[in-house]
Design a protein around this ligand. Structure first.
Ligand code: F6R
Length: 363
């Protein structure tokens, strides 16, 4: 039930601190301060991971790649399932396919998974629906435990998927001898802080509603970020276009000069996602570049980043600072809320956007 909320999507955005807590509790031994990923998969023996997924689940996979490669030194490929399944991809048996799907029924994701398992790959699924077709066909099921998601636009499933991937990245790093016990405990502690920081980020809702008034008048919106924030830029754009019907593009900010900068004018809001991480300086200089061309920048950063941001942004949104391990979780709420409030202002049917279905069981 929606309770006091107008839409399921709004409720599901607000459910995320609790949902995330539930997810993390299933992947972490809280008392011992260690990861405890279910299943008997030996990450030390893997040569590669192939993630297959569609839509928002694909974007969660891209964030997972950053973390798994960085922490575990394990090569990860992430591919849109509808492309993967039809292109005769090269398969190596010592690799793991991870099918990522909230519903567990997405036709293309299922077909991509089968392509891999038929060729001898080990398989895992990160799913919400544990009774689904995809969950039944894999060696290891990694549930996201976020409860049923009713809104067509994925929100709490996305942060739950990312939470599972963070746990997997830590577990893989540990199995591959890349983490001391102290370092594992530190990362687990960081992960356990995520629900509280997500709640703080949701607390920015009033400020974001004000920004939504401006954004709702735009014809086009550009989202930029680097590192995991480049994936979140894709997610911000996807959320906005699917529920508010405003054209939006997400780009890795380094690509700006290679085309999208031509879109910049004083009518186009540019949303830059830039927590104070290893990429911050680069994103900040992209901000200066778009401002020099009249771009109206909404700079979504964190407490530390706000201190270092170049002057001149139209608005600065200051999320709580966090370790880069969890910044994608913390920065999700502002972009979800922005899409939500823009859609509400435009009078769109937020929970049932036109032409979309919650579960895409046909290709
Ligand atoms: C976007 C959205 C879709 C789904 C995609 C995959 O908000 O919800 O892009 O993420 O259709 O669905 P699942 O995860 O069920 O395979």
């Amino acid at each position: 039930e929606k309770g006091n909320y107008r839409h399921f999507m709004e409720k599901e955005i607000h459910d995320q601190p609790e949902g995330c807590q539930r997810t993390i509790a299933a992947y972490v031994d809280t008392l011992g301060g260690r990861v405890a990923v279910p299943g008997d998969l030996d990450f030390a023996k893997l040569e590669r991971v192939q993630i297959v997924a569609c839509g928002t689940s694909y974007i969660a996979g891209v964030i997972g790649r950053y973390l798994i490669e960085q922490l575990a030194d394990l090569p990860v490929d992430v591919e849109i399932a509808s492309e993967f399944r039809y292109r005769d991809p090269a398969i190596r048996p010592a690799s793991l396919v991870i099918a990522m799907s909230q519903s567990g029924e997405t036709a293309d994701t299922l077909a991509a998974l089968r392509y891999c398992t038929e060729r001898g790959m080990q398989s895992a699924a990160i799913v919400n629906a544990t009774e689904s077709t995809i969950a039944r066909e894999v060696d290891v099921v990694w549930p996201i435990h976020c409860g049923p998601e009713i809104g067509v636009a994925s929100t709490k499933a996305f942060t739950a998927q990312v939470s599972v991937l963070i746990s997997i990245a830590i577990a893989a790093a540990k199995a591959r001898g890349r983490l001391s016990e102290a370092e594992e405990q530190r990362l687990v502690k960081v992960l356990l802080e995520a629900p509280r920081l997500i709640a703080e980020a949701i607390g920015l809702e009033d400020a974001i509603r004000d920004i939504a008034v401006e954004v709702s008048k735009a014809k086009d919106v550009l989202y930029l970020g680097r590192g995991p924030m480049s994936a979140l830029a894709l997610e911000g754009a996807l959320k906005l276009k699917e529920i508010s019907y405003i054209h939006a593009e997400g780009y890795a900010a380094g690509e700006l000069k290679h085309g999208p900068i031509a879109l910049v004018d004083d009518q186009t809001p540019i949303i830059i996602l830039a927590p104070f991480d290893a990429w911050f300086e680069k994103s900040a200089s992209n901000m200066s570049e778009v401002m020099a061309r009249g771009g109206q920048v909404v700079f979504i950063t964190d407490t530390e980043g706000a201190k270092h941001a170049p002057a001149g942004a139209k608005v600065v949104v200051t999320a709580p600072s966090s370790d880069p391990l969890i910044s994608a979780l913390v920065m999700s709420a502002p972009i979800q809320l922005l899409a939500y409030h823009v859609a509400v202002l435009k009078g769109a049917d937020v929970d049932q956007p036109r032409n979309l279905a919650k579960s895409v069981t046909v290709e």
